[in-house]
Design a protein around this ligand. Structure first.
Ligand SMILES: C[S@@+](CC[C@H](N)C(=O)[O-])C[C@H]1O[C@@H](n2cnc3c(N)ncnc32)[C@H](O)[C@@H]1O
Length: 331
């Protein structure tokens, strides 16, 4: 009983801190008849969590989370603790002042992997002319896949294209023995936010040219516009073994430049290179069009299974499926 309550509290804590969509949270497994002490513990692990106190997640999310929690507690407990209602009122008082705020924090925690990542992200999916100022479900699914399959990246140089906030690369740095992660994006705004988030999480680490050395692993950042990959100045001693890309296959006008960049990097390594592409399947036709284009450039791809929900380290919205492709090129 205590074990299942602790598991529920911890899951809810992780989901709250990374703003996991409320419709994806399994509220049905909430333990019934929580005592006042247990309700207080639940609030301390979520809204009163020190990370949220210091770097708050979206206020509107906190308010809706508490609304939903109160509904559940009123249904399943004899009495709801005052602290729950009080925290709702105090969050509500901050709503008006928060509406002008364009950014909020998300905290991605995973005790089993000793991972803790805090990102400042845009509250809108599209801002400053880019979709990359917030982390998308495909990058979370890809990071989870790699956290379960670290042998793919251990000892390797990893290049991430269209990295947005840099979430996937930063998780990789924490959970694997990767040699060098180079996170890139074509948008200058993304690059600036990525730099800020890297500094936020690894600012205490030793610095090197364009980045940091974290436990002997390198993390560097660069602007890389796919169509201008031939102008890229590569970091010293970096030679791509694996390319990563998440949620970059949605706009077919960008397909030619993306395949051009992939081909360019593969050619630099005489095809001794691999790629993992995570795609959110919003439109099967668009995705297939990209896969067909890859085939026409002699790439081969294999579908890999995303981590099932009961085994995942991180949480993402699974309403729209994510597919992960392993891409190689054999002549
Ligand atoms: C939907 S976002 C995905 C961001 C991140 N990979 C994630 O999944 O959270 C797509 C990203 O691709 C980048 N992008 C789009 N076109 C690009 C191009 N031609 N060159 C480089 N990056 C590009 C955008 O700036 C944006 O960061």
């Amino acid at each position: 009983m205590k074990q299942s309550r602790t598991r529920f509290f911890d899951t809810l804590k992780y989901q709250f801190l990374c703003c996991h969509p409320l419709h994806c949270i399994n509220w049905e497994v909430i333990p019934t008849h929580l005592t006042w002490e247990q309700q207080q513990e639940l609030i301390e692990k979520t809204v009163f969590h020190p990370l949220n106190q210091k770097q708050p997640i979206r206020i509107s999310y906190q308010l809706n989370f508490l609304k939903r929690l109160i509904e559940q507690l009123e249904r399943h407990c004899d009495e709801v603790h005052d602290i729950v209602y009080e925290s709702y009122c105090s969050v509500q008082q901050r709503v008006a002042q928060d509406t002008t705020e364009k950014y909020a924090y998300k905290h991605y925690q995973q005790a089993a992997l000793d991972i803790s990542l805090t990102l400042r992200e845009s509250k809108s999916f599209v801002a400053e002319g880019t979709t990359g100022l917030c982390s998308w479900q495909a990058s979370i699914a890809l990071a989870d896949y790699l956290a379960h399959n670290t042998d793919i990246v251990n000892g390797k140089c990893v290049l991430e294209l269209g990295a947005g906030t840099g979430f996937c690369g930063m998780i990789l740095l924490q959970c694997s023995d990767v040699r060098h992660v180079l996170i890139t994006d074509g948008s200058y705004e993304c690059f600036e936010l990525m730099k800020e988030n890297v500094r936020r999480n690894f600012g205490d680490a030793e610095t090197c040219d364009d980045g940091y050395v974290v436990k002997e692993k390198l993390l560097t950042m660069s602007v890389l516009e796919w169509g201008a990959v031939d102008e890229m100045i590569w970091p010293n001693s970096f030679s791509t073994d694996i390319i990563l890309a998440a949620d970059v296959v949605y706009d077919d006008t960008a397909f030619d430049s993306l395949v051009y960049a992939i081909d360019y990097v593969f050619k630099m390594k005489e095809d001794a290179c691999e790629m993992l592409l995570a795609a959110t399947v919003r439109n099967e036709y668009t995705l297939q069009k990209f896969l067909d284009l890859l085939s026409s450039w002699n790439f081969q791809y294999v579908d890999r299974n995303v981590t099932p929900v009961d085994k995942c380290y991180f949480y993402w919205d699974r309403t729209t499926p994510v597919k992960i492709y392993h891409i190689k090129r054999h002549s």
